[in-house]
Design a protein around this ligand. Sequence first.
Ligand code: NAP
Length: 263
Amino acid sequence: MPVKLLIVGGGAMGTAFLAGLVESGWAPAADLAVSEPDPSRREALAASHPGLTVGDGPIEAEGAVLAVKPDVAEGACRTLGAAGIRRVLSIVAGLASERLEATLPPGSVVVRAMPNTPSLVGAGVAAMAGGVHASAADLDWAEGILAAVGTVVRLPERQLDAVTGLSGSGPAYVFLMAEAMIEAGVMAGLTREVSRTLVVGTLLGSARLLDETGQDPATLRASVTSPGGTTAAGLRSLEFKAVRSAFIEAVAAAVERSRQLGR
Ligand SMILES: NC(=O)c1ccc[n+]([C@@H]2O[C@H](COP(=O)([O-])OP(=O)(O)OC[C@H]3O[C@@H](n4cnc5c(N)ncnc54)[C@H](OP(=O)(O)O)[C@@H]3O)[C@@H](O)[C@H]2O)c1
């Protein structure tokens, strides 16, 4: 009897999907399987999700999530095709759906997605695009899986390099900003612990304010910037250091790198 979904790769992302799918009620662990070569990872996954099927190699399933590193993805996908799996959601960075389609029997469905690391705590954001054989039902299926670990947007596949440079690499930009702000707090005389608490709270709170009010960031920024005040002085320094332009250049460089890696 095939399971509802096979997760190929029990690493960081595969484990996050497993937890999200079970916790969100998409499927109980007994309807899921993970294929993973490392025996200790398999044991840990089976212990934390009673009823889960684990194995090394193909397991009969109605569909699969491909969550292995790019260098082994085509080989792993070929194994899925040989095992009769015809519907694959790939989260492998930089690998075009047509390359995966070429490893599967003709007519097989590939949906490609680019999630990001906050998926590990169920707060990711992912963009997804269907390959040539993906129907509306296939896209709904893929969106249901991705929604277990965060927010999902649908885009044409040609825009996935832009997504990679923006939200795929985006957490690293935010972590760099957090590092710098914590350091700045320490330099201003706060303990590292207090500085971290204030910075993490500021990031979380600002993100929620953006999300929950729906206001654009320029309006929210203006609302905390009194004429001639402290925030105005801080922003003047950031503009002098061309921070806005630095973000634009960072995303452009990451998008270009994603294009190069995908060639
Ligand atoms: N982490 C992210 O934020 C993120 C974001 C977007 C996209 N992605 C993509 O998600 C994919 C997985 O990333 P990750 O961070 O989860 O990597 P990871 O932690 O290294 O997980 C990959 C897992 O797949 C296993 N594996 C290797 N070959 C396999 C095979 N033939 N069949 C089944 N499992 C196999 C690996 O086992 P061994 O270690 O024993 O080889 C490892 O446990 C990557 O393609 C990455 O580009 C990741």
